[in-house]
Design a protein. Structure first.
Length: 364
């Protein structure tokens, strides 16, 4: 029972980290998958499997090398100081950027739906997120354990109620492109940039994983949930008669034609997604600061900076910055997978040597 609860905690935080404003709003899913039609459907599978590989490899290295935080993790995966510095800089930058994008999504939501000025929602969001970031990782886990299952349920129920996964294959999909090559590249980029946010959080969570079975369970559960949620939003977008390419929060626009209760429920899911992802990204960017006073100042600083950045625009930030970070994220993924394979290989060689020596000693 404890093992199941432990897996649920880790999976909830991983899911809460990935499903941010861009995901739940449908903007990310349109840019990276839905605009490519049926080719994008293959992309959802590629991206989900790659994400699963990232989760497993990161947890495996974390446990084998006993990495306690992201800096230690980077020390374990590469001895190249320049590469480590590049990866560290990119990760910290992306975590901050991702935090600010989530906050911009919060402001865009209230601007689009209620026409509330950005300055008002930006200040409210900064205050709320500041106090939430004052909690430690245990507080973040507890928050995700409560809100993430509710968020998942809302997304899946609304999607299943209005469409059928089975019909996607035969659907007359309204898209701007059906380029298989672009769809595959974007699927890889999507997993890559998500990995930049995920890996520091997974390293922190790795301390709570007790066995290889739990590692496998977390990997499989996270991969399946990730795929199902992408498909849930994907089908809402591709079945829509509305051209959502230039809409900041496309899913909410589509839900205007649905029952008001469905739109309200999904709105709650989006706000929840924004907060869980913003908190994970924000915490990941400042968790290495051990001094409490400096930590508070750093959190205050990133929350204040969120206010002017919100004016840039949520959709523009997602479309321009995420693919760029995805390219760099690919370098990190390759490095992690190579290191995981190397550790596994050395472990097998050590075990063979151990058995050989044990057999030799038995002769005396």
């Amino acid at each position: 029972m404890n093992s199941i609860l432990n897996v649920a905690k880790v999976v909830s935080v991983i899911t809460g980290t990935v499903i941010g404003a861009g995901f739940a709003s449908g903007k990310e899913i349109y840019i990276f998958f839905a605009q490519y039609g049926k080719s994008g459907l293959l992309g959802t599978l590629i991206s989900s499997v790659l994400t699963g590989i990232i989760i497993y490899a990161t947890l495996y290295i974390t446990k084998q090398k006993e990495a306690m935080n992201n800096n230690e993790f980077l020390d374990k995966i590469t001895e190249n100081k320049k590469l480590k510095w590049i990866l560290e800089s990119v990760i910290n930058t992306f975590l901050l950027v991702s935090f600010w994008i989530m906050c911009a999504g919060f402001c865009t939501f209230f601007k689009q739906e209620f026409n509330i000025p950005i300055i008002v929602t930006a200040i409210i969001n900064a205050i709320v997120v500041y106090f939430l970031l004052m909690k430690n990782i245990d507080g973040i886990i507890k928050l995700n354990l409560i809100v993430v299952p509710i968020m998942i349920a809302i997304i899946i129920i609304i999607s299943l109620k209005n469409c059928s996964f089975v019909n996607i294959i035969n659907a007359n999909i309204n898209t701007s492109s059906n380029n298989m090559g672009k769809a595959v590249v974007n699927a890889i980029l999507y997993a890559s940039y998500n990995s930049i946010t995920l890996i520091p959080i997974i390293v922190l969570l790795g301390k709570s994983i007790k066995s290889k079975k739990e590692t496998i369970a977390v990997t499989i559960a996270s991969t399946i949930i990730f795929l199902v949620l992408i498909l849930a939003i994907y089908q809402l977008l591709v079945f829509s008669a509305i051209n959502v390419s230039n809409i900041e929060i496309p899913v909410l626009t589509i839900l205007n034609d649905f029952h008001p209760a469905e739109k309200i429920s999904y709105s709650i899911a989006i706000i929840t997604a924004i907060l869980t992802s913003a908190i994970s990204s924000g915490y990941g960017s400042v968790e290495n600061i051990s001094d409490k006073r400096k930590y508070k100042l750093a959190v205050l600083g990133i929350c204040i900076m969120e206010i002017p950045i919100a004016y840039i625009g949520f959709g523009r930030l997602v479309e321009k910055l995420y693919p760029l970070f995805g390219v760099v994220g690919m370098v990190q993924i390759i490095t992690i997978v190579k290191k995981a394979k190397s550790i596994a290989k050395n472990s097998k060689n050590w075990y063979k040597l151990y058995k050989k020596n044990l057999h030799f000693c038995g002769k005396f």
